[in-house]
Design a protein around this ligand. Sequence first.
Ligand code: NAD
Length: 489
Amino acid sequence: ATATRALFMLFGATGDLAKRKLYPSIFNLYKKGYIDQEHFALIGTGRREWSDDKFHEVIVESVKDNAESEDEAKGFASHFYYMSHDVTNPEHYDALSEYANKLDDKYDIQGNRIFYISMAPNFFGTVAKNLKAHNCLSDNGGFNRLIIEKPFGRDYESAEELNNALGKSFNENQVYRIDHYLGKEMVQNILALRFGNPLIEGIWNNKYIKNVQVTLAEKLGVEERAGYYDGAGALRDMIQNHTMQMLSILTMEDPVSFKDVDVRSEKIRALRSMRIYSPDEVRENFVRGQYGKNGDQADYRHEDNVPEDSNTETYVAGKVMFDNQRWANVPFYIRTGKMLADKFTRIDIVFKKPLIDIFAASGKQEGDLQNNVLTLFVDPVNKVILHLNGKKAGQGMEMQPLDLTHVQSDAEKAATPEPYERLIHDAILGDATNFASWDEVGRAWKFADVIRNVWDNDQPDFPNYTPGSMGPKTADELLARDGNEWIKK
Ligand code: NAD
């Protein structure tokens, strides 16, 4: 492992995400030697008046499950420094800058800085601006990188505004926009499976693929996120970011190399060929849903902190088309929702049947042959199943399904880092492959904005699906119209 010297400056250090994900991830990187144990420090800021001792207690608590001993956790925590700080007060940044320089000297960090904004998005621009204006970036040859949490805007206009604000202080190649789906093992495996196997890449096109289905299903409702969620909806929360990212990886052409710039430029090219719908096409190709009541389970409009007349969608399904040589006429069906039958993320690649079924033609019953399907299970289990047709053992020539299955082993599972650990590591190495670039984010907003506009102006027929189901009937009809059906019912 290359051990990188790094000074982290974390905004939102008392927050939930920091405690649950960021400290354990940084600890693992420290423990594995990716972060130089001698030359590392973290300044955490938040609104609360915490002492360093209090901060250390929180750190020890949050990493103790991953630590061999309390001493190890305490040793790690000793690199942490807390500053109570109001991010809207410019003067505070002078103190931060001074502190950063002091710690840089103390730990001989040589100017490598990672700024991580784990706060509500309305603060992203303010923090970035003040960091630059108050000399918090190093200028002695080290790197300065900014990691930004989601959501990145709530439509194209606000995202562009935010991006311009960041651009005044950081170059695009210094900005790392988190989409934690890009840190998932199976999502990264798509590139390995596609570009490592002529067997797969050779048929990865409209000649052999009938349709592609991407499902991000949640079993729970809005829980305590209702306040945020009701102002966002499933389109913004799951489609514009995670689903679009997965689509771009599924549809991109082979990159010139596996370097971040090359991978990203192909992802952008794929997204640029994604058809942006007219309002009528939105009504035809996208459906939305909101869950109703089921037994003790309240309907969405009666959840805590949700207005009784809310028209926010908790479910989206749609058909996405890519107008290029590879994908012309292949529907990409996507869907996501809350309160569905189960919690999982999966991608089903549905292949066409042979043009002629010679088995049926020679007197066998028709309909014996099934579509080949390659299913990539992203969550919760990491699994690949290739669904083929084979011969049923015995006399004659009867067909039966033959599944080739690979399930991640316990050893592989243990070796798989959490998305946040992987992504922070990438940022330390300066590898932006698994972060969302501005062009990708912007394009995805343009696609989502058209849908949002139609939905904001048309009256929905809510509630329209039952908790525990796989969504509204209209989502099945969407595929049935094309002679298709969801593989996972
Ligand atoms: P949180 O509300 O728990 O924490 C917010 C942090 O911001 C606290 O440390 C608070 O002190 C600080 N803060 C707020 N106003 C401040 C001010 N004026 N000056 C200085 N500090 C201030 O939020 P969270 O759940 O940790 O989420 C942080 C970010 O991560 C958000 O952008 C959220 O959208 C994103 N995110 C969170 C999760 C999650 O699971 N919690 C998942 C994905 C993305």
